[in-house]
Design a protein around this ligand. Structure first.
Ligand code: IMP
Ligand code: MG
Length: 180
């Protein structure tokens, strides 16, 4: 057992209610623009909770997307990006002639999403859009802006709602920052 008195405090930045409300708006916007032949690609691991809630919001908005997963790595154990993106697990599906929406938790330096976009583009997708939970207000290493974004986020390291530091805090239903 961990000693809970030694746990750092987590300060809420976006509550579960804030996130739920934004997801309905994003799903409606996606449904209005891309109603057919949609392939949703969550970039794992960090986006799994966001993607799970988003695809159910898409269902409520009348869509029936296919879903396949791409596991990329750039952060490893550290809070600082390594600068190198690699494929840890590839898609099963062919993206040729599909309308693909890439889902990610945080757009930070831009390297992860730019890498995924280039990869899907090279494989012949008809359209590629990006949907992120958080657009960090930080300098980008690569020029890329999300097509759909739930929240702009201050340039602090965040956890919860699928996001981790060293594999912890993914279970939190809100997005927060660790108060050191
Ligand atoms: P980028 O390649 O620098 O844009 O980083 C994007 C990836 O880094 C995201 O997919 C996240 O998994 C991870 N990341 C960036 N910032 C944070 C953070 O504050 N908390 C947890 N993960 C983060
Ligand atoms: Mg990630």
């Amino acid at each position: 057992m961990r000693d809970s008195s030694a746990e750092p405090a987590i300060e809420t930045i976006f509550s579960a209610e804030d996130i739920h409300a934004r997801l309905q708006v994003l799903a409606a916007a996606i449904a209005a623009k891309t109603p057919q032949n949609l392939l949703v690609v969550p970039i794992l691991k960090g986006s799994f909770v966001f993607a799970a809630d988003l695809i159910r919001a898409l269902h409520a908005a009348g869509l029936a997307p296919e879903v396949d997963f791409l596991t990329l790595s750039s952060y490893r154990k550290s809070r600082v990006s390594s600068g190198q993106v690699s494929i840890l697990r590839d898609l099963d599906l062919d993206v040729r002639d599909r309308h693909v929406i890439l889902i990610d938790d945080v757009l930070d330096s831009g390297r992860t999403l730019a890498f995924a976009k280039d990869l899907i583009s090279a494989r012949g997708a008809e359209t590629i859009e990006t949907c992120v939970l958080l657009d960090k207000q930080a300098p980008r290493a690569v020029s890329i802006e999300p097509d759909y974004c739930a929240f702009e986020c201050p340039d602090v390291f965040v956890v919860g709602y699928g996001m981790d530091v060293a594999h912890r805090y993914r279970e939190l239903p809100f997005v927060g920052r660790i108060v050191d």
